[in-house]
Structure formats: structure tokens, C-alpha cells
Design a protein around this ligand. Structure first.
Ligand code: DQQ
Length: 533
């Protein structure tokens, strides 16, 4: 075992495999604060909306097969644009929708604004994949119908297989009502049901603050749906419905109601599904901007929570949707929103990216386990690894051949009992830019510190912490996905932090290990550059 020198601020670069100690490359460049000058952006209400004619030709807005449009080229040239995460060619994306495996393909629909790179009227974008990693864009699936129940937007919903008929169940606005659409050509074009909306209003006996995002499943006794809602003055709620044909729905009552001060005023994007011998409910809580999960029982139309937690603590992950695939895995994607201001989004020409696919399962103590889908390994380039690196208190160890803006890194380490240890990524040679992922042993917290991630004035700079209980004789395992401006961190397969970072410098690519306050032993560090999709 090599021991690297202790001492505050001391730094010894190391090389993977041979653990060669190398001189620190110190081509320190001046860090320049690059502020984003705010352009005059058309905002909601000021936008050049598509005409109803162009709305009727959805694929006309979107170069799914042809030459890149000007805004696609603008988006593609942004240094912060992820290269192996799914995202549309340009403009705005938010929630994943309609996840379904049909024949040999996974279908991923998503909330899409093809007009501007910010929140406005929503369409459904559409892409397909055979391996969960490489995606092909298809024409826009749903477009708001002028004068229809979705005239102001086709909001979040799901996809089901209705005895061979692909069917989307989604929310039309405004007001919030539930609609369906079917496809007769293999999920490419979609016909809205003439009788829309299929649920025209919320239950008469409830004073609700929202009524959207149907999540539908099949049981022997028919179709069931939970709809995201909130009861005014009480808290977030999921409302349960039943149907024989997806067209006529009967309200069965609230399956769960929360309390405002604990879990928010409204629950968006509910997902309710069996997991192990329990059930899991996932909701995106307003105004908390957090995704909550509950593990519990579901019977007789009621969900009874037994434990709960936060799906992702990184601050930039929201509105996930899950699906079960043919391998009987529960897969989840979430919307990773921007961590830079609207003017910077407008200048970039795009906003919003999908998380990597994650697999949910129930652990031995009924804890929710969330792991990256193994298919992501298809993207791996040359493997580099280090073994048994010991750092003294205050030591830093740049790793000279693990660097980049798009990579996967798995570190297994043991911080000292009073220490904090971890990995820095996207470090500039002079240290002015860096993002820290660390485990704080006394606090039992995994954290992502992006206070020094960028010198842009528009970038969000803060620290996000997640509770993660690891005893002294256990190893901390952090599994990190870095993709330009996206960083996803998974701690011990249970806790995730997803954040956005925007290093201003092209040479903010370095990776280093560190130990603070106490020593730390890194049993292994594995690294793969990841290919673009
Ligand atoms: N986004 C959708 C809504 C949903 C929200 C609209 C969550 O249906 O409640 O784009 O991000």
C-alpha cells in the first residue's frame, strides 16, 4: 500500500495502475469570470408561438432525419451540452413521459417546447432505443389542439398497452383535465380520442390545487390511475380512479394525503408500483422541488406508508417517471433541469436533459435501492484503475490519467473517523474551478459541493448534502457520472445527488482524491471515459 504524504494543502499527483508519483502539472491559468449578458428573451406571453397550422405538422419543427437547423447547431456548439445523456436536438425539455417497452424498443416521450429554450406551451417529444443508451429521435408525438382540451399544452402522462393498442393518458391544460390518444402505426403518429377529456374535472367534494399527471396500470379488475393533486389547506394527495376502457373513469377516493408542512401542498407526477413484497409511491412535491418516495402497503384503494425518503438530494432532479421492462426491472428517468439562469439558457439554445436510466429495487431492510442501469457500460472507453491509495490528513492527490468532461468513476474508500474524504472533478489546473464529491464520516453525509464549480455569474453555486449511514468498518462507494454540465452521484446504491455544473474553462478537466481532517484509504478507484451517443 502506498501512503501519500499528509499535510494541509499538500498535493501529490498519481498515475493509475502503476501508481506513479508524478510532478504536478501547474500550468496555472488565470480564471476569468465570464458573465452572461442577458439578451432580450421572449418569455411566456411574448413568444412567437407556432401557428395552428404549424402545430398541425409536428415533425416540421424538428429535424429528426435531415440537416441540423440553426438552433440545433447553436445548441450542439455549447460546451456545456451533455454528450451521453438523452436530450432533444434543441430548445426546452422537462419531464419524462409515456415510458414503455414495445416490441424490441424502449419509447421515451418527454415534455417538450419546440419554440424556446424555456418553460412555455408543452408538446410531447419522442425517442426510441433498443439498449436504453443510444436514442433515435422520432417526430413530435402530441401537439396542443387549438380549441381542444389540451389547447394550452399536453402535459405529463403515461403510456399503456390496451390489448395491443398503444395508448397515451395525459393531462390537457387549461383547466387541468385528463385526455387519451392512441396510435395505429407502431407509436409514431397519435390520434386524440374524440371524447376527450376522459376526466373533465377533479372530484366535486374536494377543493384541489392541482389535478394532473395520470399514472395508469392494469389489474384484473380493470385499469387504475393515480392523479397528482393537493387538497387546499391540507397537503399533497394522489387521487385514485378505476376504468374498464380508459375512457370512462370512476373516482375511488384519495389513496394517500400528505401534510402541507412536511411533504408539500401539491404532489406532481405520482408513480405507484409494486416493489419486492411492498409498494413504492414516488411524488414530486410542490413547492419543495424535491422528489419523495414512500415504501408501504397498498390495498383496498389506500396506500399506507411505512418508510420514506428523498429520491435525489442534488437539487436538480425532478419529475421522474418509472416503467417496468420485460426483464421485470423497474426503470426510472428524471428531468435534470438547468443550474444557470434563463438568459444563459436562451444563449445556449437548449435547456433540460434526462438523467441516466436508474434501476429501482428493494433492499434487505426494505430500503429503496437505486442503481445505474448496467446498459450504461456500453459507453465505456479504456479502463483505468488505482488500488489501495492511502492519503494522510489534508492530502490531495491529482490523478494524471483520469481526466475529462464525460466519464464514469467508481471510488471505494474509507474516510477516517473524524474525516471527510472524496473526489474532486472538473478541476482547473490552478484549482479555481472544481467540484467536490465527499463523504463526511462524522456527519454521515454524502455531499456535492459546487461552490467552486464555475466562475460564471449565472451558474448556481451551493452545497447539497444527503444522509448516508456508513459504519467505520464499511466502505463508502461513490459512483459518479460526469457529462459536461451534468454530475450524477450514487452513494452505496441508495442515495443520489444530481446537480448541474458549468466550468468556464476548457481545461477544467482534472480529477483528484482528497482527505480532510483525517486520513482516508481508497481501496479502489475505477475510471472510464464515456462515449458520446
Ligand atoms: N411538469 C408538467 C406537469 C407536471 C410538471 C408540465 C412537473 O404535468 O406536473 O410540463 O415538472
Amino acid at each position: 500500500m502506498k501512503r501519500l504524504a499528509a499535510g494541509a494543502g499538500q498535493s501529490q499527483p498519481i498515475r493509475s495502475r502503476r501508481m506513479l508519483l508524478m510532478a504536478a502539472a501547474s500550468a496555472a491559468l488565470m480564471s476569468v469570470a465570464v458573465g452572461c449578458k442577458a439578451p432580450r428573451v421572449p418569455g411566456p406571453g411574448r413568444s412567437n408561438r407556432l401557428s395552428s397550422t404549424s402545430r398541425g405538422t409536428p415533425s416540421g419543427q424538428y429535424s429528426v432525419t435531415g440537416e441540423a437547423t440553426m438552433t440545433e447547431r447553436q445548441a450542439a456548439s455549447d460546451a456545456h451540452r451533455p454528450q451521453y445523456h438523452f436530450l432533444p436536438p434543441d430548445k426546452w425539455m422537462n419531464d419524462p413521459n409515456g415510458l414503455i417497452q414495445w416490441d424490441d424498443r424502449y419509447h421515451l416521450f418527454y415534455q417538450y417546447n419546440p419554440e424556446w429554450p424555456y418553460l412555455d406551451v408543452k408538446y410531447w417529444g419522442h425517442a426510441v432505443s433498443t439498449d436504453l443508451v443510444h436514442w433515435k429521435h422520432l417526430p413530435i408525438a402530441l401537439v396542443p389542439t387549438p380549441g381542444g382540451p389540451d389547447k394550452d399544452g399536453c402535459w405529463t402522462g403515461c403510456a399503456v398497452n390496451d390489448r395491443g393498442m398503444p395508448t397515451l393518458v395525459y393531462t390537457g391544460v387549461h383547466p387541468e383535465v385528463q385526455c387519451i390518444a392512441t396510435s395505429s402505426d407502431g407509436l409514431t403518429t397519435w390520434q386524440k380520442y374524440d371524447g376527450n377529456p376522459v376526466i373533465a374535472k377533479p372530484p366535486a367534494d374536494l377543493d384541489v390545487v392541482g389535478f394532473r399527471d395520470p399514472f395508469v396500470w392494469r389489474e384484473e379488475a380493470g385499469w387504475y390511475a393515480v392523479i397528482g393533486s393537493g387538497i387546499r389547506g391540507v397537503g399533497g394527495a394522489i387521487l385514485l380512479y378505476r376504468s374498464d376502457d380508459l375512457r370512462r373513469w370512476e373516482y375511488l377516493g384519495p389513496a394517500l394525503v400528505g401534510t402541507e408542512f412536511e411533504t408539500g401542498t401539491m404532489w406532481e407526477c405520482p408513480n405507484l408500483f409494486p416493489i419486492g413484497d411492498k409498494f413504492c409511491l414516488i411524488v414530486s412535491a410542490v413547492p419543495l422541488k424535491k422528489v419523495l418516495y414512500f415504501i408501504g402497503s397498498y390495498a383496498g384503494g389506500k396506500f399506507v406508508p411505512q418508510s420514506h425518503g428523498v429520491i435525489d438530494h442534488g437539487g436538480d432532479f425532478y419529475a421522474p417517471q418509472t416503467m417496468q421492462d420485460r426483464k421485470l426491472r423497474r426503470l426510472m428517468w428524471g428531468w435534470v433541469w438547468e443550474g444557470r439562469d434563463e438568459a444563459a439558457q436562451y444563449a445556449a439554445g437548449w435547456a433540460g436533459v434526462m438523467s441516466v436510466p436508474r434501476v429501482l429495487s428493494l433492499g434487505p431492510k426494505d430500503e429503496l435501492r437505486i442503481e445505474p442501469a448496467p446498459e450504461l457500460e456500453l459507453l465505456r472507453g479504456e479502463h483505468k484503475h488505482l488500488e489501495r491509495v492511502e492519503l494522510g490528513a489534508g492530502a490531495r492527490a491529482p490523478i494524471s490519467d483520469m481526466a475529462g468532461a464525460a466519464f464514469e468513476l467508481i471510488a471505494r474508500f474509507r474516510p477516517g473517523p473524524s474525516g471527510r474524504a472524496g473526489i474532486k472533478v472538473r478541476c482547473s489546473p490552478n484549482g479555481a474551478e472544481q467540484t467536490l464529491i465527499a463523504y463526511d464520516q462524522p456527519k454521515q453525509q454524502l455531499l456535492v459541493d459546487r461552490t467552486r464549480s464555475s466562475t460564471y455569474i449565472s451558474a448556481h453555486l451551493d452545497v447539497h448534502e444527503a444522509p448516508l449511514s456508513v459504519s467505520h468498518d464499511e466502505l463508502v462507494q461513490v459512483h459518479i457520472f460526469v457529462d459536461h454540465s451534468v454530475i450524477e452521484v450514487c452513494g452505496n446504491s441508495t442515495c443520489w445527488l444530481t446537480s448541474r455544473i458549468y466550468p468556464s474553462r476548457a481545461d477544467s478537466l482534472g480529477v483528484e482524491l482528497l482527505a480532510e481532517n483525517d486520513g482516508a484509504t481508497f481501496e479502489s478507484v475505477e475510471f472510464w471515459p464515456l462515449k458520446s451517443i
